[in-house]
Ligand binder design. Sequence first.
Ligand code: C2O
Length: 577
Amino acid sequence: MGVSLLKTPFFLLSLISFCMLEHGLAGTTRHYHFQIRHQNVTRLCHTKTMVTVNGQFPGPRIVAREGDRLLIKVTNHVQNNISIHWHGIRQLQSGWADGPAYVTQCPIQSGQSYVYNYTIIGQRGTLFWHAHISWLRSTLYGPLIILPKLNAQYPFAKPYKEVPIIFGEWWNADPEAVISQALQTGGGPNVSDAYTINGLPGPLYNCSKKDTFKLNVKAGKIYLLRLINAALNDELFFSIANHSLIVVEADAVYVKPFVTNTILIAPGQTTNVLLKTKSQYPNATFLMTARPYATGLGTFDNSTVAGLLEYKTPPNTHHSPSSLKNLPLLKPTLPALNDTSFATKFSNKLRSLASVEFPANVPQKVDRHFFFTIGLGTAPCQQNQTCQGPNGTMFSASVNNVSYTQPTTALLQAHFLGQSNGVYTPDFPTKPLVPFNYTGTPPNNTMVSNGTKVVVLPFNTSVELVMQDTSILGAESHPLHLHGFNFFVVGQGFGNFNPNKDPANFNLVDPVERNTVGVPSGGWVAIRFLADNPGVWFMHCHLEVHTSWGLKMAWVVLDGKLPNQKLFPLPVDLPKC
Ligand code: C2O
């Protein structure tokens, strides 16, 4: 490690000791060991046993540099099946390490291990890792920080310190029981009891004051806040009282910097912001708060998580430490819980940096067009009794009216071994089979169909996908996440997408490049990506309840001709179903 350690920001030093390093020719190989085990954790005066990585909640930080190889051994010491996803990592040729259970791997069973083996190519910034099976990601998650290559610089002022801020969601109950009950009754799952910042709910909840995240800062410095939304079911507004933020990166891609008081961040999204602290030590302490942006008809946790921004005066000055003084506590004002107009303005400000060093390689020609409806629906009641979903049915959710059925083996190995028969079919509809007025009065029949259907794409196909929200059971913003790729958000609008008019307004110059995008409530979004990564790539709503209801599908990208265009061989330790 040697010299590189000196250049590592101070806050990372203690963490790097968790991991062992080796030098390779290109990058460094970093080894981590994730031991999945139970741990008692108390919040809001409730103690519960939760599934953790190494007993930590939230889980440990993974820190690497662009070009590094990661070998992360996951050993499962609990009864639950486990798989871990490295959210936003492209996994070029290494789809075996992507992690979604029954998509790229069978889960790691109790007592078993699997080594996630991948190299970070052409990416730097903030991402995160999380469990990708059932709702276990409510406690199994942590930051994944990719530093620029040695000697490479940020395209913005060098921060004095870097601080990960990861939002989560806390249930007093066991989240696995919450979702399994909801899937049995057909109704909506119980909402969480609190939101958390770095695992801490903060002072606005009962019995929680001591569990408050504190950011101690010096005056006149620049801090890089690495914001991550690891909540299960809620998009969040975030703001710090009396401070503005400069957004510099989204989903580990640099953006054109812009100033804002509030950011909006959906589950699955990450946002880097610069916080310039005041030049003089202020006579106040500042709250940072986050609460939901919610558009659907269902109930949601409308509580507010808060942390503290405290100015710590240097020890040798005559000021007494600010925490000992009774300073006024200033609170930020957040947008209303359903402020779609804020959401629209905020997403329109996000633009690729599109510089010489970091160009926006937007596909200019399109080989294949897709139009997917995204939304809720219903399924027949399975018991001979009344279910707790709409009108006695079960809640469901779909893409193009196909609600995804999870197979009992993994799609990727079925594809790789040529054994897809009985596992999946390649007939995912490219557009709705029965068109309707998507954002108008919903059709009478809201029942979804079921299946394990995929889209098969030849290597290097350039894809344009329009995702259209539906008003079935209420229009709602859906953060859609695509595995294995970044995509460019070339257009969005309200109402029904118009294929004759809307494409003329697409931004093919500097659209934001990311891995998770909100389909606007009652509107549509158009994305483009180049299918240059062979494998099977999951795409789903990152609101976990919608994923549970089937709002998911997969793309199969075939191998290209060249050796570096082919999926790596099946790992010897790949878990078996
Ligand atoms: Cu962050 Cu498929 O997930």
